[in-house]
Design a protein around this ligand. Structure first.
Ligand SMILES: [Fe+2]
Ligand SMILES: [Fe+2]
Length: 320
């Protein structure tokens, strides 16, 4: 019996709280409150699902990329997102859940994914704007997660963030190229910016006043900043980028507030956000239907992998 196993619940809780307060990582074998474990499973699963579903809006343009170079870049990015999903499912599994179970919950709509991936990609400029704004927002959200209290999640985020910054740059670079092109290309970039700006702001979740779990997640140091703090950071970062690009952000209330040292900005349409989160967005049905079909079509791969593993185990057993 280890020393930890002899401790009572109150002492274990104290030990956990002390470690979190000292900014030490909680590892899979450590004792943790059940509510902490459940919150992490929900958050990491939702994050993993978002990476996987997020492959669809961009995958839509793989066969129609305007050049071999753009196609190679987009292909690499979409593959990165698959990798992010896999790291995250692995991190979730370290909390005692099974990724098959999580996938079932996604395709039965019992777990969510980011609302942003329920919007359509209408032109190739959307691909650039997704890299710039959606991956940009993901970076704001995820960089602080490199210091989140749960070790496997924090470590997965380090590599994910490096790749996200490549995603952001490739998007911005492709928009710069389009802005130096024809009037029609510049209009495409402006139109895509107009459509993605508000949904990008919604990626940080509801306002702090409507986000009841934030305080507990901050206390556990799962979250390091509130939704509104991160949203502000994203706006402050994006405005000079929009200026350099030569596009207008579709918010008449956006202006520099010298007193606060931040940009003031308008309120996103939270009724739209609620609608999209609850499954009524423009592409929710299509995204889930495609994910369901891919899961069914992948059954033979899972069967083959399981049969191969069983055969390997039997061969090893024989060799002993
Ligand atoms: Fe990603
Ligand atoms: Fe990304």
């Amino acid at each position: 019996m280890t020393a930890m196993a002899e401790l009572g619940e109150a002492e274990l809780q104290q030990h956990f709280d002390d470690r979190v307060a000292k900014d030490q990582r909680i590892e899979p074998r450590d004792w943790m409150p059940e509510a902490y474990r459940k919150t992490l499973v929900r958050q990491i699963a939702q994050h993993a699902h978002s990476e996987i579903i997020g492959m669809q809006p961009e995958g839509n343009w793989l066969t129609r990329a305007p050049s071999l170079r753009r196609k190679a870049i987009l292909l690499a990015k979409v593959q990165d997102e698959a990798g992010h999903g896999l790291y995250l499912y692995s991190a979730a599994e370290s909390l005692g859940v099974d990724r098959g179970e999580l996938t079932e919950k996604l395709i039965d709509s019992r777990q969510k994914y980011s609302s942003i991936f329920n919007y359509p990609t209408l032109t190739f400029a959307d691909i650039g704007v997704i890299g710039w704004l959606v991956d940009g927002a993901a970076i704001c959200n995820q960089v602080p997660l490199c210091r989140t209290s749960y070790g496997p999640y924090a470590r997965a985020m380090v590599r994910v963030c490096k790749e996200e910054s490549f995603h952001q740059r490739q998007g911005y670079e492709s928009l710069m190229t389009m802005m130096g092109g024809t009037d029609e290309q510049r209009e495409m970039v402006q139109d895509a910016t107009d459509r993605w700006w508000w949904p990008s702001l919604m990626m940080f979740g509801p306002p702090d006043g409507d986000s009841p779990n934030t305080q507990q997640s901050m206390a556990w140091r799962i979250k390091r900043h509130t939704n509104d703090e991160l949203r502000q950071k994203f706006v402050d970062m994006s405005v000079p980028q929009a200026e350099a690009l030569g596009v207008t952000l579709p918010d008449p209330e956006l202006h520099w507030n010298a007193e606060r040292g931040h940009y003031d900005f308008g309120e996103p349409d939270w009724s739209e956000f609620k609608q999209v989160v609850s499954g009524q967005g423009p592409c929710n049905e299509q995204r889930l239907a495609r994910r369901r079909r891919a899961h069914e079509e992948g059954q033979w791969v899972r069967d083959a992998a399981a049969a191969y593993a069983a055969k390997q185990a039997a061969t090893e057993e024989e060799a002993r």
